[in-house]
Design a protein around this ligand. Structure first.
Ligand code: B16
Ligand code: MG
Length: 217
């Protein structure tokens, strides 16, 4: 029986994916990479900052040291954090806050499971923090999705067993991570047809999501 829901952040609760894209694009241009596109950015969803940098550097024929790469990732993060200063509740995706509130009314425990180290800032700036019971994020983990660590820590914080949790995700890496954690998953957006997921919908505003059926109430 599902007693808790673990929401991915970027692309599920908030629209920060575009801000990640713009920050990576700015870095790419500085490195002389002019053909970094939104299509490339889709592959950066849900994966770590360093794995995301690799997607950018695939477009370069230059070789960089690990130290240089760490510097590039740091620079992108500065650009991203700069853009987060303008973040408000307008960035919350349609029906996301309402869904979280409704689940809590049903006594379902709610967590965020995000590999982003910026998750606390995002939750604060959008005003979502008080709606969430627990946060498991990039600051708590040593391994990124598709590793299940971020979701297992979220379950532990919620004091629930993995099989009592449902993960809501918009990335292939996140859905794989949910499976590896032995949790059920609801796939949204670009991954809405992902066959590894148990439930599928366009977004949290999709009226076809049958929460009562999911919770077997
Ligand atoms: P940061 P999620 C992920 O967030 C993003 O989807 C991914 O594009 C990003 O590389 C990753 O966070 C790390 O973020 O650089 O802010 O620590 O989808 O797991 O909420
Ligand atoms: Mg995501």
């Amino acid at each position: 029986m599902i007693k808790g829901v673990i929401f991915d952040l970027d692309g599920v609760l908030v629209a920060t994916d575009k801000l990640h894209y713009l920050a990576w694009k700015r870095l790419a241009q500085e490195l002389g990479i002019t053909n970094f596109t939104e299509q490339d950015n889709v592959r950066q969803r849900g994966v770590s900052r360093m794995a995301s940098l690799q997607v950018v550097l695939e477009k370069s024929n230059q070789q960089y040291t690990e130290q240089e790469k760490a510097g590039f990732a740091e620079k992108k993060n500065e650009y991203y954090i700069e853009s987060l200063t303008h973040l408000t509740k307008e960035a919350i995706l349609p029906n996301a806050a309402e869904t979280v509130a409704q689940l809590r009314e049903k006594k379902i425990r709610v967590a965020v499971g995000s590999v982003s180290k910026n998750a606390p800032i995002i939750l604060q700036r959008t005003g979502l923090y008080p709606l969430i019971d627990e946060v498991s994020c990039g600051l708590n983990i040593t391994r990124s999705k598709p590793d299940p660590q971020v979701f297992l820590i979220a379950a532990e914080k919620l004091a629930l067993k993995p099989e009592e949790c449902l993960v809501v995700e918009d990335s292939a890496a996140g859905i794989q991570a949910a499976k590896a954690a032995k949790m059920k998953s609801l796939a949204l957006g670009p991954e809405k047809e992902n066959p590894l997921a148990d439930y599928h919908a366009a977004s949290l505003a999709d009226p076809s999501i049958n929460w009562d059926m999911i919770f077997e109430l």
